[in-house]
Design a protein. Structure first.
Length: 259
């Protein structure tokens, strides 16, 4: 039996609750990321899935936020998946990331499209938890278009189906999927659509069962979820009260089956 505590968190490029990106100094950005690192230490997560995190972007201080959080939150392993890249004077490089206490294997980043600003995508990895191999997928879906989100979750499922066909004998459980879905759980949009697709691998729980994540000061919508397959025992799930981003983090604690 092994416990695994997972956090998914859109950190809004480290800008906090500022409505416009790029209006703070590098020093201020680093100070704010230290607050996020302190929160992650307090949450004591084994795996953290981050969205809107910058590798080196002019609007976010031109430093590696993944390495900075990895160091200050105390994680041995990290993996970055770029979804947006733009070179030149106003350079951008950002996407999704995992921080983990456990080794991360088989990492791959997939971008949904080719935009140079605001592109979304997902990051896949396998976490080695003792003798268990746990597949993880961290996604960030389009916030404007339902049609785009539905197309994106089809891409996610096709990718997972392909991985399952080749890697499933090595997995201890079906994939755990988490991230910023940019839509609630109602039946007509992407969250429910992906949950239905994942039944190809077995039953899934959509967590947290209640609570809202956005906007963080007075949240009115649940946009951030963790999808946990049957066979993993859920011990705890909650929306964490925090105002360090426009999203609130989601914490899920599970017990993995014996290897």
């Amino acid at each position: 039996m092994a416990r695994l505590r997972i956090v998914t968190y859109n950190i809004a490029h480290g800008r906090g609750l500022r409505p416009i990106q790029g209006l703070q100094s590098r020093r201020s950005m680093r100070a704010h990321l230290l607050r996020i690192a302190t929160l992650l230490r307090t949450l004591d997560a084994d795996v953290v899935a981050l969205q809107e995190i910058d590798e080196r972007s002019r609007w976010a201080g031109n430093f590696d936020q993944v390495a900075y959080l990895q160091e200050h939150a105390g994680y041995e392993h990290a993996l970055f998946g770029r979804t947006t890249l733009r070179e030149g004077i106003f350079n951008l490089s950002y996407g999704n990331a995992f921080l983990s206490r456990h080794p991360l294997l088989e990492g791959e980043a997939i971008t949904f499209g080719r935009k140079t600003v605001g592109e979304k995508g997902f990051l896949f990895a396998e976490a080695k938890v003792g003798k268990r191999t746990v597949p993880l997928l961290n996604l960030h879906l389009n916030y404007r278009s339902r049609a785009s989100r539905l197309d994106q979750v089809r891409q996610v499922f096709r990718y997972l189906e392909k991985q399952h066909n080749t890697r499933a004998p090595l997995w201890s459980v079906p994939p755990v999927v988490c991230g910023d879905f940019n839509t609630a759980r109602h039946a007509s949009d992407a969250t429910a659509s992906l949950l239905q697709e994942l039944k190809h691998f077995g039953d899934y729980a959509l967590l947290p069962a209640g609570g809202k994540t956005f906007p963080s000061p007075l949240p009115t919508r649940a946009l951030d979820f963790v999808m946990v397959p049957a066979g993993i025992q859920v011990e705890r799930s909650e929306v964490v009260r925090s105002w360090l981003s426009d999203h609130r983090p989601v914490l899920v604690e599970v017990i993995l089956p014996n290897s």
